[in-house]
Design a protein around this ligand. Structure first.
Ligand SMILES: [Zn+2]
Length: 569
């Protein structure tokens, strides 16, 4: 009798780190039933000659809660070999929906900030968290498991008071009750954006919580084998925030988001790795979500971040209508440029995280990569002949000073042009490599968030292409483990391994040609076209025994599971 599916003649990298071996993988229903050479026929077959057969990738950090509703195949991450995503991150999700017009509006506004403008209350075709699970089940192509999101839980229990004050003991008890129900229904932990984290979360419900509230809810998640995920890694993990003492009181795996090297903070990667290692212990493993990219940042006239803090720039930047005349003044430009190069960093907006003084003669902005790193937006679509050219390049061609090239061309189109800055964060590749390789570094994509800025949906492929094939940071076996069993084990999911009796989540890829598409590209926004692009080198993706991607095509099948129990069955 034929197997349902046989993936044949591939190089099997099973996700455990064991050496690769050649062979076939056979699937019956949603399980792997045989791994060997020369297996019998399948009703469906995938020829994997010259390709790697690996477990499907586990994306440990996304904001695809509503993206999955818009793009049910699991784009864009399924295109990149991902078979399981985590949602409900950073205390934000689309369920449960609270009662009352204003709390719903607060939730929508909050989700818009974390995700993007596409969030719309019309898309909420559910009310309770169970309705949401039931909505997703059978409608999504990939597995999606969620953290219990602090803000919607707070809104559901406290209504309008959720974004005004700390909870009473009775309210905390009600939150615990709801959290317990969600954990029992298949949520994988608890997530929050605590007070003192990124400004984007200020004024939203979870920063109004006391540390005691967070500790109680996180430890409840720990009792169920779940993790505590939080946002605001860099700001919170300094002694003054009180957060490190809170970490000591939490008994669960911890996952901090935004584990990255901020501009000018050279030792941040090593310091955070040590901090996570020190805070880890029995039953408590502390990870930081690493984006394996040097960050690219788009900026416009309202956000010339590398000039912020310079007195000459601060004096004029709010001039509004008068700004062009001031920027046309070459003396003003010279002054800005001199300050950029000569000032100490003492008064910088980055002062909190930066060394107090830059060595004399070094630029004030701490991650200055030169005028070659500032590029006229290549995706502006405005017909400008400058699009895609760097300020440095034009300066060399014209013989003008870079600062004049920058401001003169900007003034020509009334300061409407946008630019791209290459190297905003994670610009130290050696340190970034250490963060990726370290067991405390957890790979996530952040897909579904900040569509105008976050272009990291190729992260798993980036690990396999740039970091493994090109730089040799990891062996193929280590890289696959990093993307599969490592996150699955941390999250308490029985996924991420190719073994008989295990779920048939499988990715077939060509290690020689796989490319992430995202590396050098910063489209105006992650839009429909971007979401549907398929990278080179992903031959097939199988979720729960069903092929969902074959040869660069998403198939209209939706076998994704949505609870911890379903994933672990
Ligand atoms: Zn997040």
């Amino acid at each position: 009798m034929a197997f349902d599916l046989v993936i044949r003649n591939g190089l099997i990298v099973d996700g455990t780190g064991s050496p690769a071996r050649e062979g076939d993988v056979a699937v019956e229903g949603d399980k792997i039933v045989a791994i060997s050479k020369g297996l019998g026929a399948g009703k469906e077959e995938i020829d994997a000659r010259g390709k790697v057969i690996s477990p499907g990738f586990v994306d440990a950090h996304t904001h695809m809660d509503l993206f999955l509703v818009r793009y049910p195949h699991g784009n864009p991450v399924v295109n990149h070999g991902v078979t399981t995503v985590v949602i409900g991150d950073c205390g934000a999700s689309a369920a449960p929906i609270p009662d009352g017009t204003e709390p719903v509006q607060v939730l929508v506004n909050y989700l818009k900030r974390v995700m993007d403008d596409y969030v719309d209350a019309k898309d909420f075709k559910w009310k309770s968290f169970r309705d949401y699970q039931n909505y997703l089940r059978g409608r999504v192509g990939i597995n999606a498991v969620s953290f219990v999101p602090h803000s919607p839980v707070r809104l559901s229990v406290m209504g309008e008071d959720a974004y005004k004050r700390e909870s009473t003991p009775e309210e905390l008890e009600a939150m615990k009750q709801l959290t317990r129900e969600m954990l029992e229904a298949g949520y994988i932990g608890f997530s929050s954006s605590p007070r003192g984290g990124p400004e984007i979360h200020a004024g939203t419900p979870s920063p109004f919580a006391s540390q005691d509230e967070i500790v109680e809810l996180a430890n409840l998640a720990g009792e169920y084998g779940g993790s505590f995920q939080f946002n605001g890694y860099d700001k919170l993990l300094v002694e003054e925030s009180g957060f490190p003492r809170m970490v000591e009181r939490i008994h669960a795996n911890l996952i901090g988001n935004e584990f990255r090297i901020h501009p000018g903070v050279e030792d941040e990667g090593a310091r955070c790795l040590k901090l996570m290692a020190d805070a880890s212990g029995p039953g408590k493993f502390f990870s930081g979500v690493v984006i394996p990219y040097t960050h690219i940042r788009r900026f416009d006239i309202n956000d010339v971040f590398f000039l912020d803090g310079l007195p000459a720039w601060e004096a004029i930047k709010a001039a509004g209508e008068g700004l062009p005349a001031k920027l046309a003044d070459k003396d003003v430009r010279r002054k800005i440029e001199q300050e950029r190069i000569n000032l100490t960093r003492q008064d910088s907006t980055f002062a909190a995280v930066m060394p107090a003084k830059a060595p004399p003669g070094e630029p004030y902005f701490p991650s200055w990569h030169g005028w070659d790193a500032i590029v006229f937006d290549p995706f502006a679509n405005n017909g400008s002949p400058l699009a895609g050219k760097s300020v440095g390049q034009i300066a060399r061609e014209t013989g003008e000073a870079p600062v004049d090239v920058f401001f003169d061309n900007w003034l020509k189109d009334d300061l409407r042009t946008k630019f791209i800055y290459y190297g905003w964060a994670n610009d130290d590749l050696e340190a970034l490599g250490d963060m990726i390789k370290d067991p405390h570094g957890l790979i996530g994509t952040d897909t579904g968030a900040h569509l105008d800025r976050f272009f990291w949906h190729g992260s798993p492929v980036k690990v396999l292409s740039t970091w493994t094939r090109e730089k040799g940071l990891l062996s193929l076996e280590e890289a696959v483990q990093k993307l599969t069993s490592h996150p699955a084990d941390l999250l308490g999911l029985r996924r991420g391994r190719l073994a008989e009796g295990w779920p048939a989540d499988i990715t077939v890829f060509d290690p020689d040609t796989i490319e992430d598409l995202v590396s050098e590209r910063l489209p105006a926004k992650v839009d429909d076209r971007e979401v549907e692009r398929h990278p080179k080198g992903i031959q097939a993706v199988v979720v729960n025994g069903k092929p969902v991607v074959r040869e660069g095509q998403c198939l209209d099948v939706f076998p994704g599971k949505v609870t911890k129990q379903e994933l672990n069955a």
